[in-house]
Design a protein around this ligand. Structure first.
Ligand code: PMV
Length: 319
């Protein structure tokens, strides 16, 4: 009997934004993330007469269920098993978070698949399987600070924990300013981004930025971590703007939030931002500043929703 598997979402501090191989989801760069305690997905798989996918108790039809079934079929073929499956997932990623849940969703799905069939595999192998569902999911197999080494091929592209239980005083405020769904999927965005004249120079900086981030983590250097995470996010979004044709995930509120973070910094409240494939902003800060930053965002934006997270664990098996 398979167990319910819990996987936490992660936020990239050094971004994955470009594929070398679409089918295998091999990235063009290595990335580094923080697993988040407040956001997770629980998934259980059982045998069934037909394939079913229930999310938060509601059966899903159409595109989202198709992606799940296609992925499960891929896993079944890989392991030489068959049969219809019922997938039951509960997403504890508050809609207010403005965070994509695909990282926790596919890590939990890969874990639940192996648990259902009784396959005992190494975390590294599980990370490779999760990668095939959604690139960022390979990092959610682990807790704390996680590095996804780009590798050369399917067997060498996986994530591992750099530090599962970091000491660093680090908080991530997920700030939802704009609840509209993103305009362009991350797959499409990544494809288009490679046409930027700055894409190649960015790739060439990947190893240096990664080394600098690892040093910041090892030295427990919050300032270096924040500065580098913000730079890396700005680079990703500059590449989108300069793609041919150019595009952006930014909305007017995104720029206003960037300006507020800069203003707070000027007034001595140390904080940095990172932004993914959407208009919402995540603020990186220390515990002592969470209250003040929250108050500032609430007073300056209408209908803003803020969820505060810190380090979360890797995959766990419930029941
Ligand atoms: O795993 P995907 O295909 O959802 O892509 C994730 C892309 C970013 O969130 C923008 C960056 C990252 O490394 O998580």
């Amino acid at each position: 009997m398979g167990k319910t598997v819990r996987a936490h979402a992660n936020i990239a501090l050094i971004k994955y934004w470009g594929k070398k191989d679409e089918r295998l989801r091999l990235p063009l760069m290595s990335s580094l993330s923080m697993t988040l305690d407040r956001f997770y997905t629980d998934t259980k798989i059982t045998e069934s007469d037909l394939n079913h996918f229930y999310l938060n108790g509601i059966e899903q039809i159409g595109q989202s269920s198709q992606r799940v079934f296609t992925y499960l079929k891929f896993l079944q073929d890989k392991f030489g098993v068959s049969g219809n499956l019922a997938v039951r997932s509960t997403n504890h990623v508050p809609t207010a978070a403005g965070l994509a849940s695909s990282s926790s969703a596919f890590a939990a799905l890969a874990g639940a698949f192996c648990s259902h069939y009784g396959f005992e595999i190494e975390p590294k192998e599980l990370s490779r399987l999760a990668r095939m569902g959604s690139g960022s999911a390979c990092r959610s197999v682990f807790g704390g600070f996680v590095l996804w080494q780009k590798g050369e091929d399917d067997t060498t592209s996986y994530a591992y924990a750099l530090n599962e239980k970091p000491e660093m005083d680090l908080q991530l405020l997920a700030i939802e300013l704009n609840p509209k769904p993103k305009k362009l999927s991350s797959t499409e965005g990544m494809k288009q981004a490679t046409s930027s004249p700055f894409f190649k120079p960015w790739l060439q900086r990947n190893q240096t930025e990664l080394d600098q981030m690892i040093t910041a983590i090892q030295n427990n250097d919050f300032t270096a971590l924040g500065q580098l995470a913000e730079l890396n996010a700005n680079e990703m979004h500059a590449i989108n703007l300069t793609a041919q044709p150019g595009f952006t995930y930014f909305e007017p509120q995104t720029i206003a939030a960037i300006n507020l973070v800069r203003h707070l910094r000027e007034t001595g409240i140390e904080c940095y931002y990172t932004i993914d494939a959407g208009p919402n902003v995540k603020v990186i800060t220390r515990l002592k500043n969470v209250k003040e930053i929250t108050n500032q965002f609430v007073s300056q934006f209408d209908n803003v929703k803020i969820v505060n997270a810190s380090f979360g664990p890797g995959l766990s098996y419930l029941d």
